[in-house]
Each structure stands twice: as C-alpha cells, then as structure tokens.
Design a binder for this molecule. Structure first.
Ligand code: SAM
Length: 193
C-alpha cells in the first residue's frame, strides 16, 4: 500500500497520533515516517513474519526519533495490558482481519479511557449499485488479496465497538453491585474512510 495518493491520508491521520501508540497491521512499517514528535513510543503489531522482517529493515535503515517495538500477533488477541495505550492506529487493515469485531473489542480494551482510535480504511459504499459489486467481487478478491473484504461496513463496525456492552453485558454508565461501569473504548474516534 505505497501509492503516492495515499500519502496525504497517512500524513493527516498519523500526525494526530501521540504518546504510546499501537499500530495494528503495521506491515512493512511504511507509516513510521509520518508520526510526529508527539509519538513517544510506537508498537507495530502484525501476524506476518515476512512483513515484520521488512518493518525491521525499515527501522534499521531510517533513524526514527522514537523507540519502535514490533509484535508478531493478531489483533484479535493483543498481548498488551488493558488501558495501556494513548493511541491505536489502523490504516487499510480492518478489511483484512478475519474477526474484525473481536479485534475492535481488543483495541478498545488496550486503549486508555481517554485514548484515541485513529483509522483510515476503505469500506462499504453508500451507493447500492457499488455495494452490489462489492458483494459480488469480495469472495474472489479476498482470495487474491490476502483476505481483504471490499464490503465491510467499517464505520458501523467501529461505532458498534465503541458502544458495545462489556463482557458482563453492561453499558457505559450502568451500575452493577454499585460499581460504575466505564467503557475503555474511546469517546474520541477520528475516522477517515
Ligand atoms: C493491506 S495491508 C496494510 C498495511 C499497512 N497498514 C499499510 O497501511 O500499508 C493489511 C495488513 O493487515 C495485516 N493483518 C492481516 N491479518 C491481521 C490480523 N489478524 N491482525 C493484525 N493485522 C493483520 C496484514 O499482515 C497486513 O500487514
């Protein structure tokens, strides 16, 4: 995903990331160059050993002004503590993760209560004619494109994740045994779809 016309999106999104950042689906580490001086620590997660070795090469060949750590893992099971991150980032990745609902729940879990989820993704078209083609093409497309779904309603999935009850079925603001429930999912979601 190195097309020049995507650089503007990357620049705008990633310059807003700050603090301790988790980038899901880090791939070859192409995004590292776009983080600002407000990035204190970047953790890049990806299940692909091949892409992670390319990311390692990106880190080796360019001097980034923040520490970068790489994790070989899947977004459906993020091996990080709950509430430990200021920013979670995805760029053109939610289309590919097999269980995107579990992955979004995991992203909510690891974010601090005032953390931010920043994403730029492609998703389901609002135009019914285009949507029909997205549905028709997805079964073939995902086989030749590493699992990419053209027809995921990404903004809806993200909204649902932000408002989903926690594991005990409790919504933000509800009370159970006098314990006030605060969802870990961010109230601030920056979307570029
Ligand atoms: C289309 S690439 C995008 C790469 C990069 N984010 C970019 O903007 O160029 C999709 C990425 O999602 C990663 N991916 C696939 N399944 C994943 C999963 N279960 N958890 C996290 N990342 C996953 C792939 O390995 C790949 O790096």
């Amino acid at each position: 995903m190195r097309q020049g016309n995507l650089a503007t999106y990357r620049q705008r999104l990633l310059s807003a990331a700050e603090g301790r950042i988790l980038e899901i689906g880090v791939g070859s580490g192409h995004n590292f160059r776009y983080y600002s001086e407000r990035a204190n620590h970047v953790i890049g997660l990806d299940p692909s050993p091949k892409l992670l070795s390319m990311a390692r090469e990106t880190i080796r060949s360019q001097a980034f002004p923040f520490p970068v750590e790489l994790l070989q893992a899947s977004a459906e099971a993020i091996p990080l503590r709950s509430g430990s991150l200021d920013t979670v980032v995805t760029t053109w990745t939610l289309c590919t993760i097999p269980n995107v609902t579990s992955a979004l729940a995991e992203m909510c879990r690891v974010l601090k209560p005032d953390g931010r989820f920043l994403f730029v993704e492609h998703g389901l078209s609002p135009d019914p004619a285009v949507r029909r083609w997205q549905d028709r093409l997805t079964p073939i497309w995902k086989r030749i494109s590493g699992g990419c779904h053209l027809n995921r309603a990404i903004s809806q999935l993200v909204q649902d994740a932000a408002h989903r009850p926690d594991r005990n079925g409790l919504h933000e603001g509800s009370k159970a045994n006098n314990v006030y429930v605060r969802r870990l999912c961010p109230s601030r979601i920056a979307a570029m779809i």
